[in-house]
Design a protein around this ligand. Structure first.
Ligand code: MF3
Ligand code: CO
Length: 295
């Protein structure tokens, strides 16, 4: 008979095995040993210095393209025009937009643009942005084979109090989660930090979509849930992943449109999201999707 995670520990403490003598990986192991263990036990790829250098470049480019797109998003501009600019910017920097042709059915555009009640995976179209709209722009370039992934909200003119609150709260959720990152932190604490922050501000956390490992592939292990969860995997140096909380004014539930991508809130109330790609370092973290200082 094998002991399962929820059985009482063999030591007789009465606590569940997973909370007691569960054989956690020691994140202080030499890197090569840790790398092997994470691959075997979790299918998580701890990146080498060479990979980190490549991923950092892709992430810096993602941040730069995202900034240009956010600056261009104004009243009267269509999300298709944002997409065209994104295509141009990827080309200029010899990068490939990862969303284009991704998935099934293949995503038809280079970026996601998620307007108002759209939670995520909005497809750019010919509707002009108007006063009082807000939208998330999500950029994920492939540069020299490496992936970066980030997104941000843009306000078009003056927002309703609800939109202002959810836009700020989704940002605060992301920042609160980033602030606690370090080797050894169990993944579920990210979801706890985000949910606490959302609830303090009267908002709900979407649980249908999650953050993800990223860098060598677009969507790698592990899942990074934003809602409360029980993923008891300790963060380790060399992990690269996204945190991308989707926060709603009303109910947390999502409805997927007939295009099989566009995810909307079930009650039509506004939703907001911010996203960064993060590297876990030996002492803490590095936010990879920040623009490098200009030299
Ligand atoms: N950051 C988004 C994600 O990881 C990017 C989605 S691109 C899409 O889900 F092609 F999958 F839509
Ligand atoms: Co992502």
């Amino acid at each position: 008979m094998t002991l399962s995670r929820n059985d009482p520990c063999w030591c007789g403490s009465g606590a569940k095995w997973k909370k007691c003598h569960w054989p956690h990986i020691d994140t202080a192991l030499p890197f090569e040993a840790l790398r092997e263990q994470y691959k075997k036990q979790y299918n998580i790829l701890l990146k080498t210095e060479e990979q980190i250098t490549g991923i950092r470049r892709a992430c810096h480019l993602a941040a730069k393209i995202l900034q240009e797109l956010c600056d261009f998003a104004k009243e009267g501009v269509t999300t298709n025009q944002l997409n065209e600019l994104a295509v141009e910017l990827h080309k200029k920097h010899k990068a490939i937009p990862a969303p284009l042709g991704y998935g099934d059915p293949p995503f038809s555009k280079a970026i996601c643009t998620s307007l108002n009640e759209v939670i995520c995976h909005g497809i750019p179209n010919d509707t002009p942005l108007k006063e009082g709209d807000f939208l998330n722009i999500d950029v994920s370039p492939i540069l020299n084979g490496y992936y970066g992934d980030c997104s941000a909200m843009v306000a078009i003119g003056n927002l309703s109090p609800d939109k202002k609150r959810v836009m700020q709260t989704s940002y605060d959720c992301l920042m609160r989660a980033i602030g606690i990152l370090k080797p050894g932190l169990p993944i579920y604490e990210i979801g706890d930090a985000i949910t606490d922050c959302a609830e303090e501000n009267g908002c709900s956390v979407v649980d249908l979509f999650v953050g993800h490992g990223v860098g060598v592939g677009f969507h790698e292990a592990p899942h990074i849930p934003h809602h409360r969860n029980k993923t008891d995997i300790p963060l380790a140096p060399g992990m690269t992943f996204t945190i991308e909380p989707m926060i709603n004014v009303g109910k947390k539930e999502a409805v997927i449109a007939s295009d099989q991508w566009t995810a909307r809130t079930i009650d039509g109330k506004p939703s907001a999201q911010w996203e960064h790609t993060i590297l876990i370092t030996p002492t803490g973290y590095e936010v990879l999707t920040l623009s490098p200082p200009r030299s």
